[in-house]
Design a binder for this molecule. Structure first.
Ligand SMILES: C[S@@+](CC[C@H](N)C(=O)[O-])C[C@H]1O[C@@H](n2cnc3c(N)ncnc32)[C@H](O)[C@@H]1O
Length: 226
């Protein structure tokens, strides 16, 4: 218990370090919130089974927005057909660690996952996608950045595309008065996402509880105006 509290204090103290330094210091799993087996494998498996239950199949083109160190990719890259996994991530070191340490045998080569690295939601090299998820991304972003993500992804959607994302449901008054930050938390009411969807060409539905280990809620966006 004491050890856990001390780690928490140290984690907070390091929030002002550069991202690359925190990844090096805390490790690629801890950086994305996967510091326990339950959080690393549990949240990865939950995403995988959730997406399969929503109809994701091997032949679909899938976008993992803020794919981190491949907590989901460790399951989906082996399952999807070659070239069908596309990850967007701000920190290349996380993806590098994921490919090296989380994918076994020769799957990182054989399945040819594709990646784009930037913080501006530029889905460079992506054609149209079938399914996408942003898991534990909007929990760390301001509304302006969330809107950019919805707007840019819309350009790659077809009539049947589905975009799932998670968020912390709550009162935005508790939010940091700061720029988006991968290790700080933001809370929003569902209504905020519905309004962003209206401005950016998506119909957004509330799914809510999906058993997430940290009580993040799920929403689903489908293109409107087709
Ligand atoms: C809590 S982690 C979740 C990662 C992954 N979705 C998962 O389930 O493990 C948040 C991730 O978002 C990435 N990130 C934060 N802002 C981003 C942005 N604007 N564009 C791309 N990646 C971003 C961080 O680098 C980090 O990998």
């Amino acid at each position: 218990m004491i050890e856990k509290i001390l780690r928490r204090v140290a984690w907070r103290r390091d929030l002002d370090l550069q991202h690359v330094d925190r990844i090096r210091k805390w490790g690629h799993r801890h950086y994305v919130g996967g510091d326990t087996s339950e959080a690393w494998y549990g949240i990865g498996k939950r995403q995988y089974h959730f997406l399969a239950s929503q109809g994701l199949r091997a032949e679909h083109v899938f976008v993992d927005i803020a794919c981190g160190s491949l907590r989901l990719g460790q399951y989906l890259i082996p399952m999807l057909e070659e070239g069908n996994y596309f990850g967007l991530e701000g920190e290349p070191d996380l993806v590098k660690a994921g490919l090296e340490h989380e994918l076994l045998f020769d799957l990182a080569d054989k399945k040819a996952p594709r990646f784009a690295y930037n913080y501006g939601f530029a889905f460079e090299g992506l054609e149209q996608f079938d399914y996408a998820i942003a898991q534990s991304l909007f929990t760390h972003l301001t509304l302006d950045d969330i809107e950019t993500c919805f707007r840019n992804l819309r350009g790659h959607a077809h009539a049947g595309s589905k975009f799932f994302s998670t968020f912390f449901e709550g009162d935005p008054q508790v939010n940091p008065d700061a720029e988006s930050h991968a290790n700080k938390d933001w809370y929003y009411p569902f209504e905020a996402f519905r309004e962003i969807g209206e401005r950016t060409g998506w119909a957004v539905e509330y799914i809510g509880d999906w058993g997430h280990e940290r009580d993040q809620k799920m929403i689903c966006a489908t293109p409107s105006g087709h």
